[in-house]
Design a protein around this ligand. Sequence first.
Ligand code: NAD
Ligand code: GLY
Length: 359
Amino acid sequence: MTSLQVELGSRSYPIHIGSGILHEPELFRPALRSGPIVLLSDDQVAPLYLGALRETLRGERPITEIVVPAGEGSKSLAQVETVCGQMLAAGIGRDATLCALGGGVIGDLGGFVAAIYQRGIAFLQVPTTLLAMVDSSVGGKTGVNHPLGKNMIGAFHQPRAVIADLDTLDSLPEREFRSGLAEVIKYGLINDPGFFAWMEENLTAILAGDSEALVHVVHSSCANKAAVVARDELEGGLRAILNYGHTFAHAIEAATGFGTYLHGEAVAIGMVMAADLSRRLDLLRESEQGQIFRLIQAAGLPTHAPRLPAEEYLRYMRIDKKACGGQIRFILLRGIGEAIITGDVPEAALRQTLSAFTE
Ligand code: NAD
Ligand code: GLY
């Protein structure tokens, strides 16, 4: 097992990464409050791992289990009300700990419920997708979608621990695994050129599920994210770089109907587009743009979005949470490993990028 710490003063917490650690009560114990445990999962993950987690926590505290339908549709205010209702009916008080077992949907939903239930209870993240292990379980962004936009209702609420059992990835569909890799590649691009180069060299081992490679993937990703979050927890500035590719991605997800692309697939296309835009603005060399394109393609991720009128994409980009005074703000690359945040992007260049990477 390997561990690292997210340094946030009194709200600091550990991230534990390893094989079989779902079965180790001593990793969970320090994160539990004195009251009952609420185990939240979805109906695809629960049959696989809820029993094991229940067994690990048996004897620690009384347990209430809540299972919601799998999928992005559960990230809704309606589902928040349902889960809160089940917790109230079970007599759950403020001394409870909510344990989110699943992918990013369960982590975001569970974290948001924990943020608002009786004005806030403790929670911990037990991620079971690669995407959740390397990104969504770390950093305290929680929330749900609104029909008018993704992740538009939410709160910052840090978990008390993240416990990532790599064995759970064995049952993860390959498409979901590749989707998670997009966020991994992102860390190399925005912050860590050495990690990007390591991925270029080790992609075959990563895709084959080599355990040493996986530990490195998850540990380095979490270390990169933790470093950014520690410097800018509430996204006053720097943290926005974690959204590299996401302005395009959120527009692609919304314009094509949520669920057509997995989140990481849309991020992959968004990263290709953001690299193209960076090159058009003379920030990124053509050779680096080529390297980025090749790694994303070799990871089995899509590189082009469907050809819709540019206005369709631009409409959603304008309501991005980073937009400021109606101006879209982009995370661009000044070389592999260095991200910048800018609103200074001529619309003509943006339209050229949308035209070049839609088909
Ligand atoms: P997900 O939670 O929907 O999981 C994907 C699918 O895999 C689901 O059907 C789930 O039931 C299934 N699954 C999960 N673990 C499994 C396992 N071990 N074996 C078999 N099946 C398993 O999706 P995701 O990709 O994990 O997360 C996407 C969500 O995360 C999006 O809503 C996105 O907005 C959010 N997100 C949040 C943050 C953040 O900082 N909070 C960051 C990135 C993404
Ligand atoms: N996934 C972006 C962030 O956590 O800030």
